[in-house]
Design a binder for this molecule. Structure first.
Ligand code: UTP
Length: 626
């Protein structure tokens, strides 16, 4: 019978482990018989990559053996979930950490210029034309929501997609997104008079921090009306933390048999889509466009039809949605970078890098507003539309790996040690960095009021935002929805009362009438306009909730609250004068723990005093006239 020592020697020779390596980790050597050949290979790789410290504290065989096995199981997982394995993670980390220590500018040698793109004005003929094209194309689209983020800045205890986008109806972000995708699907089918309605696939990237709660939210709400088979969840894995410039992997402070891990960033969505095989399935099913978006932007789908129309018309391989951006505003700018050696790319450049880059490249004033009153470098909002064919081709070359970065917080100017462990990160919008110059990379700019109102900041941080800059809080995200809906109805011919200024959670916001509608009521401006006629008016104190598809406003005068709900086959004309005490906004203290967190973080709740509510459950034609 082989003794433990003999079998270790056998293992070593079978696996060609150099004795020097083995001797560098004597505690591992003693325990080798616990592991499978694959696990031993991984241990060997760690030694070769200068990670022997991970085994230094290992006790004699017989002590904590299960933990030692669990350690190598974790290494196997870290190895398989990184596009080119852990070896390349450690190599990339060393390279990036050396660049960071040397203070190397990633854009050295690149000259910035303004890329080409489409600047749209909401509701004009051009916009309407792009929207129509976008709706036609929507049946060839697939959506990818990145929802694996921790949301540390917001500090909400639940997952962000479960938060109400607005509290008039309480619809959460995930429900809103699903209803928008279903409405797009139906609208595309109606417009193209296709043989059958194509299902628009929807992928959600989750992480260990969000996966179970996202699944639960979907399952406990019957997927908000979407077929369960239409939705796929892909879970991103975390990456190993790094302790120093040699990229020594950090041990978990709570468990000496684990490597500490942290999120790798939303760029993981590309490698996950690639490795899951989903992209090929989509291609075979006729999908042409993949639209990526983020967890808390209640406005986004108002911009999607036109932006997709731009992608289809211009045949863009990459179309970044962007908003008008004041020079030096704290939001990344979409920029064309051209290198002396011929390389060029159109990418997001963070605002703190853009101004110095311009100054160093012959623009002495840096980032300044042009004749439009805005910076010529539009503000990136991280919503991307990729053309599937070229996307698959590119990922075939890169394996889905996205250029990473590292952001260590150094202890002192010598830059030799970190305040706490760091890790490599990657961002979804850096996808174009590896594209060839022939790639058609453009952007679509819209006014921010129609396209971008994310919920990222907690009330305290939001209240500190310098005046004139967006709060990006639950408060501002909700009022942005009312503002956009009010402005759209105004443009469609409804007389909508002027907003009043009010302060909630220390944030000064414009309060417009609380107007909401289901996406199937109106996805495009043309559709909304077709549902409004005569001389309708809605006062500032009003609330209007439209919950059905075929509801038409005709000479409606609303001063109070009105809720109309109807089945799809009912056609309801809503007119006359509706007057009641309505729904009133009441300030709440965000520190008052007796109030639900969803409300506290907005600083108000809605007191539903009086409303006119009508429900039409049967098909037919109806008139609502009080
Ligand atoms: P955010 O910038 O909002 O980051 O991410 P975050 O991690 O959610 O929040 P903070 O920074 O901790 O406050 C933008 C989008 O990318 C997703 C988020 O869920 C959000 O939709 N994301 C972020 C991921 O899917 N994975 C990540 O690793 C990071």
């Amino acid at each position: 019978m082989a003794t433990g020592v003999e079998s270790t020697a056998e293992n070593l020779s079978k696996l060609n482990i150099n004795a020097d390596f083995a001797n560098s980790a004597p505690n591992l050597k003693k325990n080798l018989h616990l592991f499978s050949p694959d696990q031993i290979e991984l241990a060997k790789m760690l030694l070769e990559m200068g990670q022997s410290h991970l085994f230094e504290h290992w006790p004699e065989p017989g002590v904590d053996d299960e933990e030692k096995k669990a350690f190598l199981a974790q290494v196997a997982k870290l190895n398989s979930s990184y596009p080119a394995a852990l070896v390349s993670y450690i190599r990339n980390a060393r390279e990036l950490l050396a660049d960071s220590k040397a203070g190397k500018n990633p854009y050295d040698g690149f000259k910035p210029s303004v890329p080409t793109g489409e600047v749209l004005t909401f509701g004009d003929d051009n916009f309407i034309k792009f929207e129509e094209t976008g709706i036609k194309e929507a049946q060839n689209a697939a959506f990818g929501l990145v929802a694996g983020g921790l949301g540390e800045r917001l500090g909400y205890n639940g997952i962000k997609v479960a938060l109400p986008a607005e509290t008039t109806t309480g619809t959460c972000f995930l429900q809103h997104y699903i209803e928008c995708i279903l409405a797009l699907q139906e609208a595309s089918y109606r417009l193209t008079k296709g043989e059958h309605q194509k299902e628009i696939p929807f992928v959600i990237m989750t992480s260990d921090d969000t996966h179970a709660r996202t699944t639960n939210l979907l399952e406990s709400n019957s997927y908000f009306g979407m077929k369960p088979t239409q939705v796929k969840l892909l879970k991103q894995e975390k990456v190993a933390c790094l302790d120093d410039n040699d990229a020594r992997l950090a041990m978990d402070p709570h468990n000496k048999y684990r490597i500490q891990t942290k999120p790798h960033g939303h760029g993981d969505v590309h490698s996950l889509l690639y490795s899951s095989g989903i992209l090929n399935e989509w291609r075979d099913a006729g999908v042409r466009w993949v639209l990526f978006f983020q967890d808390t932007n209640g406005l986004l789908f108002k911009a999607i039809p036109a932006a997709l129309g731009v992608s289809a018309t211009k045949q863009y391989h990459v179309n970044s949605l962007a908003v008008q951006r004041k020079a030096k505003e704290a939001i990344g700018g979409i920029t064309k970078l051209t290198h002396a050696d011929g390389r060029s790319m159109v990418i997001n450049v963070e605002y703190n890098q853009l101004d110095p880059l311009l100054r160093a490249s012959g623009f002495p004033d840096g980032d300044v507003n042009c004749e439009t009153g805005y910076s010529p470098f539009p503000g990136n909002i991280n919503q991307l539309i990729l053309e599937l064919g070229s996307y698959i081709e590119e990922l075939g070359k890169t394996g889905g790996a996205i250029k990473e970065f590292v952001n260590p917080k150094y202890k002192d100017a010598s830059k030799t040690s970190f305040k706490s462990s760091t890790r490599l990160e990657c961002m979804m919008q850096d996808y174009p960095k590896t594209l060839p110059p022939s790639a058609r990379v453009g952007f679509t700019v819209m006014d921010a009021w129609i396209a971008y109102a994310p919920v990222k900041n907690n009330p305290e941080e939001a209240a500190k935002v310098p005046k004139g800059n967006p709060y990006h809080s639950a408060t501002s995200g909700e009022f942005a929805i009312y503002r956009a809906n009010s402005l759209i109805l105004r443009k469609a011919g409804v007389k909508v009362g002027d907003p009043v200024q009010q302060v909630f959670n220390g944030q000064d916001v414009e309060v417009w009438p609380r107007i909401t509608w289901k996406p199937k009521w109106g996805l495009t401006f043309a559709e909304i306009k077709s549902k409004v006629s005569g001389a309708s008016a809605i006062s500032q104190k009003s609330t209007m909730v439209i919950q059905g598809r075929n509801i038409f406003l005709e000479d409606l005068s609303l001063d109070g609250s009105l809720v109309v709900n109807s089945v799809d086959d009912a056609e309801v004309k809503v007119g006359g004068s509706v007057q009641n005490k309505g729904w009133v906004l009441e300030n709440v203290d965000y520190k008052d723990a007796s109030i639900p967190e969803e409300l506290r973080i907005r600083g108000f709740r809605i007191n539903k005093i009086q409303q006119l509510e009508k429900i039409y459950n049967e098909p037919g034609k109806f008139t609502l006239k009080p």
